[in-house]
Design a protein around this ligand. Sequence first.
Ligand code: ADP
Length: 208
Amino acid sequence: MSLIVGLTGGIGSGKTTVAGFFAELGAAIVDTDAIAHELTSARGAAMPAIAAAFGGAVLRQDGSLDRALMRRLCFSDPAKRKSLESILHPMIRGESAARCRRADHAPYVLLVVPLLIESGAYREHVARILLVDCDEARQIERVMARSGLSEKEARDIMATQASRAERLAAADDVLSNSGAPGELQRDILALHRRYLELARRGDASGRA
Ligand code: ADP
């Protein structure tokens, strides 16, 4: 089994951007958000259970999940959120574990888990936690520019996530993404070398 590094950070902090740079350097990327999208796409493996639990109104015409509707439903009703999570989370965990196992060809795996610190579910599967850190003003700007959400919607989502201080306290490694992408790439290269060294030592615990 390769060294597994958990990559986390708040919404809009830059996880996808960072994962893309690491992939170019040869890391395997297993992205739990991407898996969730696949599971809830048309003919996705989670769709029969979701349709049975929530009814056909949450499906789009092509049979995929109406994510915007589901987000609104779950925001206002914690029982619905729990129900959705009880369907999706075990499937996401199973699929991400299978993909990590299959990534043996890569020197190490970056397992992208947006709520790694909040949920705790993946902690025992990762040797280290890498945090993409970004100041909150920039986070809000980027979320608004990317998704067209209002500032209030961005803040509401952030209020459900761990605070910046809680994330920093839980992280083994921190990448600052408050600056330009060029600075980020330099820091990613340094971390990549460190992870290669940990992987080469065969130290699955990943302790530096
Ligand atoms: P996450 O996956 O954590 O939600 P993304 O990587 O999708 O975050 O980044 C959120 C948005 O901010 C994207 O539109 C991305 O292109 C942009 N972005 C990320 N890093 C930077 C940066 N250093 N400078 C400017 N824009 C950035």
